[in-house]
Each structure stands twice: as structure tokens, then as C-alpha cells.
Design a protein around this ligand. Structure first.
Ligand code: NAD
Length: 413
């Protein structure tokens, strides 16, 4: 089985060598600063109490409070959460926002829980982690299997714990302790779309560098969750052609002229499969399609040594975290496939999470136009810096992004 944490460490070691990173700094960065492991009790609807294992990994806070999502998924492991927290450190650094890297997870299939059970689990996670999270300490957000509603529940529980009788609690800090909240619960406009939107801004910069026209480029997207859906929809609006999209049950291929309709179809039927006038394909087949841009936007480790050789795209936008294993990355590099690494491609999400935190802390509300403008500036500046490092040092975009990220962090350690 692939261990994402060993992969994350391997990537770091490789960059450490390129940068001549001091061994003490490398040693510190190779592991999270702390990791919390908890058992969360939930009284199930049948009256039985069931324990769910949860984690919060805090990798590095040299640049600011830890920041990272909480994942509810049956495949969550401690190693996965640790790897994701390390990638968050690099991502926040790449985006130039004042946060460090954190990540949380619970081993659970959220679809198997009733609403009442899910609420208890969400509140239980906060009860267990309340002492290590907070606006100036560690700021969680949604990830796979969690959403704005879960964040609102968590934030409410956090407020109950921190503002219990006799405790001084500052409203703005309580509000800023979670991001990705619904807009009517202190969330930011544009957060839901931010990861996909940031990815599309970066892709447009890349196509300009390559002298290509958006309308000539075909895209396949794996996953139609928050990230996949918004990426596909906004890429289509920017003129790109979406020719395949999938969910956990499989994918569809064809002229996908209305992504919103496909999402509605999935919401009604439970899957994109069977969408009118499309051909059914498996998730494996989707990854191997002859397209210009492949967008893994679901889970990690979907491109491995087993299928890297069969990948026929010219560009990969890593909208998911860690979709390519380091061994597969080497194969793709040799094949001349240009990979836009996750820590750059999907940094739009955490960037607007930072805007949400900033608005909450300052008790302000920004309009969506301002948010999208600020987002565009941040992600396109990051892309430009990474592109320049890659050209100057003759590195892949991934290694260049790591060099930029680690350099900024170590200068503050
Ligand atoms: P989500 O839960 O909204 O969507 C996940 C999607 O993946 C769903 O469409 C699901 O059907 C699909 N999926 C699940 N298993 C699959 C499989 N085996 N094969 C193909 N598809 C499968 O999650 P999300 O928020 O869209 O996150 C997706 C990825 O993006 C994750 O790697 C996450 O860490 C990363 N990410 C998310 C954000 C964010 O703002 N939500 C930000 C940065 C990175």
C-alpha cells in the first residue's frame, strides 16, 4: 500500500538536496511538530455508542497559525493526514499567506451516517481538539467529505466551549477559528468556488506561456465534487473544452457542454453515469484519455507506476492533493508531460480561506469582485515566481514550487 507520508518526505529530501538545505532544518521539516490522535464517541441512532478515530496534524507554523482542512473519509490514515499537513505548509508558503500547515481527518464514511450522527461526530471532533485549534493557533476548513455545514457546526461547538460561563471570548477570533463556513455563518463570498477558480486562473497563465488558445484545448476532469465541478465549470466559461468528467462510480465522455446540468443529474441520480448523449468510461480510462489537460480532482495516488506510462495528456493540473506518486512523477517528467503541482494548482482554496479569516478578524465583509481580484493577483504572482525559478534552475514546476515554499519557511525558522 502507498504511504503518502513517506512520499511527502521523499519529495522534501529531493528538494533539500537541490537547495543544499541545512540538515537540522530538513530534519525538523520531515515530521509534523505535533499530532493529535483521538477517539470520538457517537451515540448511533440504534442506541449503541461507536468510536471514530480522528487526527489533527500540525506540521509547521513558522509563517503563521496552522491551516488545513478536516477530511471525513473511510480511507483516512494518520500517515495521510501527516502528509497532507506537510503539503499545506508548502501550499500556504507558495501562496504567500501568513499560515502554516495543518490537516485533520476522521476515519468514517460520512454518507453512512444520519444527520444527527454526523452532527455529533463534527461536534465531538471539536470537543477533542478544542485546545489545539483557534484563530491564532490552528484554523481548520472543509476537505473531502466535509463542507460548510460541518464547519458551521464545528464553529458553533468551538464557540460553546470557549465562551462558556466566565471565559472571555472575542467574537472575531471565535468566528475566525474555522474557514469555509457558509456565507450566512461568517463565511466568505467566493470561497466555495475558490479552489477551482484559482486553478483556472493558473491554467490560463500557463496556456499564455505556451502560446496556446483556450478554445483549442480539451480537458478531462476526475471528480465532480467541490473542486472538480467548479474547475470544470469555470474552465468551460474561459473557453476550454471539457470532454470527460467522473465521480467515484465512473465517468462520462462526450461533448459536455453544460457542466451544471451534469452536476444536477448527479444530484438526482447519485452519479454522472447515464448522462444523456455521453459514453460511459471508468475512472482508469478517464486518466488515460488523449486530451491536452488532465485534471485529477478527487483523491491522492491515482497516477502511480501502474498507469503513468499510459497517460497521454500533455499537461496535468493537480487539483487534488497528491494525485501523483513520486515514482509516477518521474515517469511523467521523462515523457515530457508538464505537471502543475498541487501546492500551486489548488492554492486558491486556502487563499480565499485566508481572506475569510482576515474578514472575520477585522469584522469586515468584502464583495465577490474584490475577492476574485485579490485571488487572481495572488495565484498568478505565485505562478510567475515558480515559472521563473523553473526556467532559471531548469527544474520541474513541482520542484520549483517546493524550492520557493521551503526557502520562505526556512528563512523564518
Ligand atoms: P469532494 O468530497 O467535494 O469531492 C470529491 C469528488 O471525488 C467527488 O466527486 C467524488 O465522487 C469523487 N471521487 C471519490 N472517490 C473517487 C475515485 N476513487 N475516483 C474518482 N472520483 C472519486 O472533495 P473536494 O473538496 O472536491 O476535494 C477534492 C480534492 O481536492 C481532494 O484531494 C482535496 O484534498 C483537494 N482540495 C480541496 C480543496 C477545497 O477547497 N475543497 C482545496 C484544495 C485541495
Amino acid at each position: 500500500m502507498i504511504n503518502p507520508f513517506l512520499n511527502a518526505q521523499k519529495q522534501l529530501e529531493e528538494v533539500g538536496q537541490i537547495m543544499n538545505l541545512a540538515s537540522d532544518k530538513l530534519e525538523i521539516l520531515k515530521n509534523p511538530q505535533s499530532i493529535l490522535e483521538v477517539n470520538i464517541p457517537v451515540k448511533m441512532d440504534n442506541g449503541e455508542v461507536k468510536l471514530f478515530k480522528g487526527f489533527r496534524s500540525q506540521h509547521n507554523n513558522a509563517l503563521g497559525p496552522y491551516k488545513g482542512g478536516i477530511r471525513f473519509h473511510p480511507g483516512v490514515t494518520k500517515e495521510e493526514v501527516m502528509a497532507l499537513s506537510m503539503w499545506m505548509s508548502w501550499k500556504c508558503s507558495v501562496a504567500g499567506i501568513p499560515f502554516g500547515g495543518g490537516k485533520g481527518g476522521v476515519i468514517v464514511d460520512p454518507k453512512s451516517l444520519s444527520e444527527a450522527e454526523l452532527e455529533q461526530l463534527s461536534r465531538g471532533y471539536v470537543k477533542a481538539a478544542a485546545n489545539v485549534i483557534g484563530a491564532n493557533l490552528d484554523v481548520p476548513a472543509p476537505d473531502v467529505g466535509t463542507n460548510g455545514k460541518v464547519m458551521a457546526l464545528m464553529q458553533d461547538e468551538y464557540s460553546k466551549i470557549k465562551c462558556s460561563a466566565g471565559t472571555i471570548c472575542k467574537n472575531n477570533e471565535i468566528m475566525a477559528s474555522f474557514t469555509g463556513k457558509p456565507v450566512n455563518s461568517g463565511g466568505s463570498l467566493g470561497r466555495e468556488q475558490a479552489t477551482g477558480r484559482g486553478g483556472v486562473f493558473i491554467l490560463e497563465e500557463l496556456t499564455k506561456k505556451l502560446g496556446r488558445e483556450n478554445k483549442d484545448l480539451k480537458i478531462a476532469v476526475q471528480g465532480i465534487g467541490n473542486v472538480g465541478y467548479w474547475f470544470a465549470k469555470l474552465a468551460q466559461q474561459a473557453g476550454f473544452k471539457i470532454i470527460a468528467i467522473s465521480d467515484s462510480k465512473g465517468g462520462v465522455k462526450g461533448e459536455l457542454s453544460d457542466i451544471e446540468k451534469i452536476k444536477e443529474f448527479k444530484e438526482e441520480t447519485g452519479s454522472v453515469l447515464g448522462f444523456p448523449n455521453t459514453e460511459k468510461i471508468s475512472n482508469e480510462e478517464l486518466l488515460e484519455l488523449e486530451v491536452d489537460i488532465l485534471v485529477p480532482a478527487a483523491l491522492e495516488n491515482v497516477i502511480t507506476v501502474k498507469n503513468a506510462d499510459k497517460i497521454k495528456t500533455k499537461i496535468i493540473m493537480e487539483m487534488a492533493n497528491g494525485p501523483i506518486t513520486p515514482e509516477a512523477d518521474e515517469i511523467l517528467n521523462k515523457k515530457g508531460i508538464l505537471v502543475v503541482p498541487d501546492i500551486l494548482a489548488n492554492c486558491g482554496g486556502v487563499t480565499v480561506s485566508f481572506f475569510e479569516w482576515d474578514q472575520n478578524m477585522k469584522e469586515e465583509k468584502w464583495d465577490e469582485e474584490t475577492i476574485n481580484k485579490k485571488l487572481k493577483k495572488i495565484v498568478t504572482d505565485s505562478f510567475a515566481q515558480i515559472w521563473q525559478i523553473a526556467q532559471e534552475k531548469k527544474l520541474s514546476l513541482r520542484l520549483a514550487a517546493y524550492v520557493l515554499a521551503i526557502d520562505k519557511i526556512t528563512s523564518r525558522m
